[in-house]
Design a protein around this ligand. Structure first.
Ligand code: FAD
Length: 516
């Protein structure tokens, strides 16, 4: 295996064999829902090659790689329940997996864990076009849900660059933030109900505020007891396998504007943000940022043309994307026009471009959305997703660059570039350090230095990507010891044998209960 520092494989986990495969085949409704390299003793199934399993064992960045011999793709909650009950009884370690677009090594095995992928669970269960509540299987792809809602005049409350592959169950499990959080809030607000399978001997299906699941259905208000569904949001597959989600979807705006502006320094980025909030008010729906290195990378790797007529003064600028969404185009145009005029008059923005139609708007958005992919094309990316107070946001990127320079990592090409971008509206900074390769030298130059630098600023070491394998042992930079201990107790309560995503999310507990 490679990537991240993992605890050794637990010796009490069962090594998967042909009997296990035979059981899983008996549970799954379709033979194509199972891929395994384990040979059949009597020829009743044909074994796959490890190549067939690579897409499930290797993460999006090519950084984390496990060695699972089996992938299951159940189609129903009932199938998931039987699989999980069996894994509990046999002590088989399981990795719940959605679209495998996670960026912290959480969705792929570390060793030989069974991969339980949700792509077969892709049915939309219900949509109420009065309340806007959508209820779906966990394996529905985010973009498929957006496309389903669009003709009905609704949209998903979240959007991210990985929308074409990530699953709604994965989004909920990572508490994905993304490009619309500024306006529509986090999934802790918009997810109304969760259905999940618990890692116990029955594979208990728990339904919290799901239509038809028993008890109160999907409601905005339900103050009866602990809000259990919140625990699954951002649990990264450590408490159960999410099989269904009810989510509140907002109306699709009828008027959208997108502008990209160039400003000379990071202080001006903050001024533009303050002004945009003051003048655009409720129609401000996104405020994104990237630096000169980010723009250069995207233009070089996508072949896109710069949206600006002139080169920035001194060769460097900072860029912001402002999106407005509303229901009255004239009103929104007037507000945005007023903002841009004021910023120009005050000499805050150096250059800018306003999309004239949807194609241009998509083009401007792609400058921002192509960034992670462009970085991946340049080399191996060490990705850090942190929250830091805006006043101290960009100094972290500058400190990183200075550090690598001093260490000679830039001169010898080990570090190719350091890019800063992110969701300014949420104080969420992405630092992408593009290296020649993943190796001990570059990784140790960055970690744990970067976590210490974030903690010094009272920031969070994970704004939205989660902990996974990458940050399981670093959570103390953002959470106190008593808080970590309580989280470990909660995890053990849900998953007494620790079969779900072992070695990830939190530092491992010392002793697992002796039972069983
Ligand atoms: P996976 O990668 O398959 O899994 C992620 C974690 O969730 C794992 O720990 C896994 O075990 C667990 N999990 C998955 N499904 C389930 C389930 N059904 N039940 C229980 N546990 C489950 N993230 C953001 O927050 N904001 C962004 O703007 C953003 N942009 C991105 C852009 C790109 C180009 C890429 C590649 C990634 C981006 N991400 C972003 C990260 C990633 O897309 C999100 O974390 C996404 O929510 C993961 O969904 P997934 O279905 O791919 O989950």
């Amino acid at each position: 295996r490679s990537g991240g520092v993992a605890a050794p494989r637990r010796p009490d986990f069962k090594k998967l064999d042909a009997d296990d495969v035979a059981f899983f085949r008996s549970v799954l409704s379709s033979p194509s829902s199972l891929i395994t390299t384990i040979e059949s003793p009597d020829g009743s199934w044909s074994a796959a090659t490890s190549e067939d399993l690579i897409a499930y064992n290797l993460d999006w960045m090519d950084k984390y790689k496990g060695n699972s011999p089996i992938v299951l793709k159940p189609k129903t909650t009932g199938e998931v329940s039987k699989i999980i009950a069996y894994c509990y009884k046999k002590r088989i370690a399981v990795v719940p997996q959605g679209g495998n677009t996670g960026l912290v090594g959480g969705g792929v095995p570390v060793y030989d864990e069974l991969v339980l992928n949700t792509e077969g669970m892709n049915q939309i269960r219900d949509f109420d076009d009065v309340s806007g509540i959508l209820t779906t299987d966990a394996g529905c792809i985010l973009e498929v849900l957006s496309n389903y809602l669009q003709p009905k005049g609704y949209m998903m409350p979240l959007d991210l660059g990985a929308k074409g592959s990530c699953h709604i169950g994965g989004n909920v499990s990572t508490n994905a933030g993304g490009l619309r959080l500024l306006r529509y809030g986090s999934l802790h607000g918009s997810v109304l109900g969760i259905e999940a399978v618990l890692p116990d001997e029955h594979g208990t299906v728990i339904s919290v505020n799901m239509p038809g699941g028993g008890g109160a259905g999907a409601l905005r208000k339900d103050n009866t007891g602990y809000d259990l569904k919140q625990l699954f949001i951002g649990a990264e597959g450590t408490l159960g396998v999410v099989t269904g989600v009810s989510i509140l979807t907002p109306r699709l705006p009828s008027a959208v504007n997108v502008a990209v502006l160039s400003v000379p320094d990071f202080e001006s980025v903050q001024t533009v943000f303050k002004e945009a909030r003051a003048q655009l008010g409720e129609i401000l729906s996104a405020f994104e940022f990237w630096d000169q290195e980010g723009l250069d990378l995207v233009l070089a790797h996508t072949g896109a043309k710069s949206p600006f007529e002139s080169e920035p003064e001194g060769g460097r600028a900072f860029y912001v994307l402002i999106e407005t969404s509303g229901s009255n185009k004239d009103h929104d145009d007037e507000k945005l026009g007023g903002l841009l005029e004021k910023l120009l008059e005050d000499g805050i923005i150096a250059d800018g471009t306003l999309a004239q139609d949807e194609t241009q708007a998509l083009g401007l958005w792609s400058l921002r959305e192509s960034l992670p992919e462009a970085a991946g094309k340049l080399g191996k990316v060490l990705k850090f997703d942190v929250s830091v107070p805006l006043s101290r946001y960009y100094e972290l990127v500058e400190e990183a660059r200075e550090r690598f320079d001093k260490m000679g990592l830039v001169a010898d090409g080990s570090i190719k570039t350091t890019v800063g971008y992110g969701h300014i509206g949420d104080s969420n900074l992405h630092i992408n350090i593009v290296a020649k390769e993943y190796n001990e030298k570059t990784e140790s130059a960055v970690e744990p230095w970067i976590y210490e630098a974030v903690a010094k600023r009272n920031g969070s070491i994970s704004a939205e990507h989660g902990l996974g394998l990458m940050k399981a042992n670093h959570v103390h930079y953002s959470k106190t010891e008593p808080a970590i201990a309580l989280m470990q107790q909660i995890r053990r309560l849900f998953d007494p044998r620790g079969i779900l995503n072992p070695g990830k999310y939190l530092p491992p507990v010392e002793h697992l209960p002796e039972e069983g």
